[in-house]
Design a protein around this ligand. Structure first.
Ligand code: F6P
Length: 352
């Protein structure tokens, strides 16, 4: 059996641990021949592969990024059925019996189209945003939360020293999971999420109240957050990408809004790709290894057209067409929102 592995879309901590676990599981269990496909679907279409043996994947578990390279610019779906057919034919020419695609919702949509065209394909969900529908925990998220938590803690000490309002912007696209978990872990005073449009007067009131009492305030804002009645802050729109809209900049917008209403200084920090780079946490290494092992088992059982996923704490799989519908945002009745409110964290809504 000859199996190809690729990573698509943005990178995330734990990708190399998945590549390692898929390869080792397939070699160990059935002496499969495993090849790494370079730069996602672009490499698959162009036939750029390299052998992955036991040695090639040793020493990978702790490495950030992806040793295979990735791309969110090559989307065969943009060339319609012809583009899809070209990739399927290339996979056949490479003699691949199966392909494992590791990526986010864009990658899974492509994977689904290729599978419908006859490619034996399985998926592994990847995103630091933790927002893939049908998957309660993606690897990389824990690392992003850990990095954002540390950043908030660092901002807290300098903010405290100067009596400032410190605003940190996290990633997460349209979902606020990173901001919510990091904000709670680092004891942020205000957490602003895409799911709850904020009232700037209410946020300013929290800062003013703390100005008098504790001198400093830490605000954690997700990049997809927006003012009530306002729009998300877009950094740029890049045509031809899986996700053309690049969010970013809400921290600066919010800082200016607050500065106009407060006497203490307000500072903004945008954490950016620091959240996505570097070594995965031990939790993510284990989670990624389990995902890699589970997807290898899907291949061995011949269960194609599916994505391995975590539901109610157990690994299972769902059909790829069930993945392509929507993102998993924080539901209004999520227990973590209730917990945050009950311990006095302000979530930006007028009611507090
Ligand atoms: O989806 C992961 C993510 O890191 C988002 O949180 C962020 O909005 C986006 O990717 C950034 O993408 P890029 O690396 O292409 O700028």
């Amino acid at each position: 059996m000859r199996v190809g592995v690729l990573t698509g879309g943005g990178d995330g901590p734990g990708l190399n641990a998945v590549i390692r676990a898929v390869t080792k599981s397939l070699i160990h269990q059935c002496r499969a021949q495993v090849v790494g496909i370079e730069d996602g679907f672009a490499g698959l279409q162009e036939g750029r592969v390299r052998q992955l043996d036991w040695r090639a994947v040793s020493g990978l578990i702790h490495l950030g990024g992806t040793v295979l390279g990735t791309s969110n610019r090559h989307n065969p779906l943009m060339d319609g059925e012809e583009g899809v057919q070209r990739v399927v034919e290339s996979a056949q020419a490479l003699g691949l019996d199966a392909v494992v695609a590791v990526g986010g919702d864009g990658t899974m949509a492509i994977a689904h189209a290729l599978w419908r065209r006859g490619l034996a394909l399985v998926g592994v969900p990847k995103t630091i945003d933790n927002d893939i529908s049908g998957c309660e925990r993606s690897f990389g998220f824990d690392t992003a939360v850990a990095v954002a938590t540390e950043a908030l803690e660092r901002l807290q000490t300098t903010g405290q020293a100067h009596g400032r309002v410190m605003v940190l912007e996290t990633m997460g696209r349209d979902a606020g999971w990173i901001a919510l978990e990091a904000g709670i872990a680092a004891a942020a005073d205000v957490i602003l999420l895409p799911e709850i449009p904020y009232d700037v007067e209410a946020v300013a009131a929290v800062c003013r109240e703390r100005e008098a009492r504790q001198r400093f305030t830490v605000v954690c804002v997700a990049e997809g957050a927006r003012e009530r009645g306002g729009d998300v802050v877009v950094q740029e729109i890049v045509a031809g990408r899986d996700e053309p809209v690049r969010l970013g900049g809400i921290a600066h917008v919010l800082a200016a809004q607050l500065q106009a209403r407060l006497s203490s200084e307000v500072r903004a920090t945008v954490l950016g790709h620091v959240q996505r780079g570097g070594a995965p946490t031990a939790f993510d290494r284990v989670l990624a290894t389990r995902y890699g092992n589970e997807v290898a088992n899907l291949v061995l059982r011949g269960e194609f057209g599916r994505m391995v996923t975590l539901r109610d704490g157990a690994f299972t799989s769902i059909a790829l067409d069930a993945v392509a519908v929507g993102r998993r945002c924080i539901p209004p009745d999520h227990p973590l929102l209730r917990c945050a409110r009950q311990i006095g964290v302000h979530l930006g809504d007028a009611g507090g």
